[in-house]
Design a binder for this molecule. Structure first.
Ligand code: SF4
Length: 325
């Protein structure tokens, strides 16, 4: 092939031909422009070094050097990394509820990150400036910051009928996008199956005849137990998850490990009852607030719980005595 603006062979290079067996080799893309792309049009493998670094190895790839591939290389570059990834992994037009985990970017699951990258639009409950689920997702994948997003602030009152009207408004917005043929993601802190607004909206969207999918995240109570370095259940022990709206006294009569979530204004009432109960019961009380976030707070002992622990606090009450196999 003749040298031109699209093809240049540098036979005087010390390394020519850097790929054995090629009779003609385009040196224009000597340093491959796709090297930084997680997925590229070439043939590669990833190896993990002893120090944990993950390296892309392109030894067997000739894609950028094949004579006649200039148009393909430039076409893919023009398309851009995200569009190329989306074309390779087409996503059905669905409403996805995506759990982004408790707060630490590294705790977003691989499946959740893949779907996050691929959805056309994100619909989020709340305001952008204080949407923690969005912040976690962007910290994990800065590239999604440019994605189309719609933030729908919660109503002033979290009671019926305002809340139902809000869920309907979100569902309408979601179905508008689905009608346009766009896949929609809805982010939820923790997991989407646990106290998530997604469940209410999903029901309405599914009733309207659209496909939906729950994509799990790590719930805060599991991450909190790991943060504390304790198991939640052993042997035949039970575990109960108790929301802030429940009656604390009744809940404390339940057997096994108790996990109190979203206690909110009832946190100090819970504290008082736990202090009383710990005088007569063999139990330990631990709390993790804002698990995995910069302002994470670990509290051991009911008496140390204060208002500062805040809304995103998980209180774990468990048997003190070690499990004897
Ligand atoms: S595999 Fe090929 S196309 Fe992909 S980065 Fe390596 S050299 Fe470039």
């Amino acid at each position: 092939m003749e040298n031109s603006a699209k093809y240049f062979e540098n036979r005087s290079c010390d390394y020519y031909p850097c790929h054995k067996g090629m009779e003609e080799l385009n040196c224009l893309f000597c340093y491959c422009p796709f090297y930084g792309w997680e997925e590229c049009p070439g043939k590669n493998e990833y190896v993990t070094k002893k120090d944990g670094r993950r390296i892309k190895v392109c030894t067997d790839c000739t894609f950028p050097h094949v004579p006649g591939n200039w148009e393909k290389v430039v076409g893919i570059l023009k398309m851009g990394q995200q569009a190329y990834y989306k074309e390779k992994h087409p996503l059905p037009c669905k409403f996805y509820g995506i759990g982004v985990g408790p707060g630490e970017a590294s705790l977003i699951t691989k499946k959740a990150s893949q779907i996050l990258k691929l959805v056309d639009v994100l619909v989020l409950p709340g305001k952008k400036e204080n949407c923690r689920a969005y912040d976690i997702a962007v910290e994990a994948m800065p590239e999604i910051a440019g994605k189309e997003c719609v933030f729908l602030p919660f109503p002033m009152s979290m009671k019926e009928p305002e809340l139902t009207a809000f869920h309907r408004a979100v569902a309408e917005q979601v179905t508008e996008f689905l009608k346009e043929g766009k896949s929609v993601g809805f982010l939820s802190i923790g997991d989407v199956t646990i106290y998530s607004t997604y469940a209410y909206v999903e029901q309405l969207v599914a009733e309207a005849g659209w496909e939906t999918e729950y994509v799990n995240g790590i719930p805060s109570f599991l991450a909190s137990a790991a943060r504390l370095g304790v198991p939640l259940t052993l042997g035949s022990e039970e575990m109960h998850i108790i929301p802030g709206s429940a009656d604390v006294e009744t809940a404390l009569m339940l057997p096994g490990t108790l996990v109190f979530m979203k206690s909110g204004k009832k946190l100090l009432e819970l504290k008082t009852k736990l202090i009383e109960l710990s005088k007569v019961k063999d139990m330990e009380v631990m709390a993790v607030s804002n698990c995995g976030m910069q302002n994470e707070l670990v509290t051991i002992g009911a008496e140390k719980i204060t208002e500062e622990n805040g809304y995103l606090t998980v209180v774990i009450v468990r048997k003190k005595t070690c499990y004897q196999p």
